[in-house]
Design a protein around this ligand. Structure first.
Ligand SMILES: [Fe+2]
Length: 390
């Protein structure tokens, strides 16, 4: 067995009703909190109203910052400039992946009071962050990105010369995560679908990653089992608590596995496409998942490679097929077919709907990294993936 390292994971409070623990936890850190939420604020919900009343009853000073889209460095810098004079004792982010990533980056940049741009991986001044931060509590309200368990915050500046880069440090894993599946009840079907497909992608890519280890394997397998029984049900009936619970847990697990095993080609595309175009991360993953895996499996088979990756595809396909006695090849083909079917069933839009044209493929492919994909696709194969998903 190869040597490996597992980063810390948050102190996790998981389960329906766990949101009620938040005020007491926050109070234990001090009297001033910076609350980061989304545009469709958590506070317009019943949970949000209750929470505000409880925070006020504890005489906590609450500063509020709203994040409207996938965060850019300016969104983070603005918050740091505005709130560092207040020296919050804890940053609490309640929302989807964009909100959690913004909160995570703000908590990391408050002690430095510099532009986050200089600390992004492989970008700008490439400064090394010392890992100091204001304590950070993450509360996901969608099930998908797993940001509540990861050590990076993804920031982007979208445009012709755009980029999507990470602020990353082992210390940036949230100190605490409250994962309450009931918070996702109001999540619209399109968000349930695309964020759920993101979690699915993250778990599968971790399981197939060339940088995985026995612990991420075990977690990813369990996460994928939850996806197989929960995603479509959560999409079809957003009030199904068993399905919401399965998705909340699989999303959290996907954060642990991606942080420790890395990701594959779909997330390579998500970085390049997400930098050039204003397309939600979950949509990019949902759109490209079937095509990327289809071409990867074809290449693995062309190699005549009976090895690790194809065995793993088959093992996961078997979970989703729910059938005994079929060949590894059957299960693998079933898995790819299911990805295609789910994309149709959940009305996942094609990339062309977002203004991507085939003349853009070259630019996208040149900026796309295979990451830890079990087989590296060449330029022609990457263009083929985009053509299928277009
Ligand atoms: Fe993702």
């Amino acid at each position: 067995m190869e040597a490996f390292t597992i980063a810390t994971t948050p102190l996790l409070h998981f389960g329906t009703g766990k949101i009620s623990a938040l005020p007491g936890i926050v109070k234990s850190f001090g009297s001033s909190i910076l609350l980061v939420t989304g545009r469709q604020s958590f506070f317009s919900s019943e949970h949000g109203q209750n929470l505000l009343e409880q925070l006020n009853a504890l005489s906590l000073t609450v500063h509020h910052y709203s994040v409207n889209h996938e965060p850019s460095p300016i969104v983070v810098d603005t918050a740091v400039l505005k709130f560092s004079p207040h020296a919050p004792d804890i940053v609490v982010a309640i929302g989807g992946g964009s909100v959690l990533d913004a909160g995570k980056a703000i908590s990391a940049m408050l002690p430095l009071n510099e532009s986050v741009k200089d600390y992004l991986e492989g970008f700008g001044a490439k400064k090394t962050h010392p890992g100091t931060k204001v304590p950070f509590l993450a509360v996901p309200t969608t099930s998908g990105t797993g940001s509540e368990a990861t050590k990076n915050a993804v920031l982007s500046d979208v445009g012709t010369y755009g980029y999507k880069k990470s602020l990353r440090h082992n210390n940036f894993v949230p100190n605490i995560a409250i994962v309450d599946p009931a918070l996702a009840i109001g999540c619209p079907p399109v968000v349930t679908a695309t964020s759920g497909m993101d979690a699915f992608t993250q778990l599968l890519e971790s399981y197939l990653s060339t940088a995985g280890n026995p612990i991420t394997d075990a977690l990813a397998y369990e996460g994928l089992t939850l996806i197989s029984t929960s995603l479509i049900k959560a999409y079809q009936d957003g009030s199904n608590m068993d399905a919401r619970t399965g998705m909340a847990l699989s999303s959290y697990i996907s954060g642990i596995t991606l942080a420790n095993a890395g990701l594959g080609l779909v997330h390579g595309f998500a970085s390049s496409i997400g930098g050039f175009y204003n397309i939600p991360h979950g949509v990019i993953c949902s759109t490209l998942m079937a095509a990327s895996n289809k071409i990867a499996v074809r290449k693995l088979r062309q190699r005549g490679d009976p090895g690790r990756a194809l065995m793993r595809y088959g093992r996961i396909g078997k979970i989703f097929a729910g059938l005994e006695g079929k060949s590894n090849e059957y299960y693998t083909d079933f898995l790819i077919w299911l990805m295609e079917r789910w994309a149709v069933e959940m009305d996942i839009p094609a990339l062309s709907m977002y203004g991507i044209s085939s003349s853009d493929f070259e630019k996208i492919v040149n900026a796309t990294d295979n990451k830890y994909n079990p087989v590296a696709l060449d330029k022609d194969e990457l263009i083929e993936v985009l053509s299928i998903a277009h």
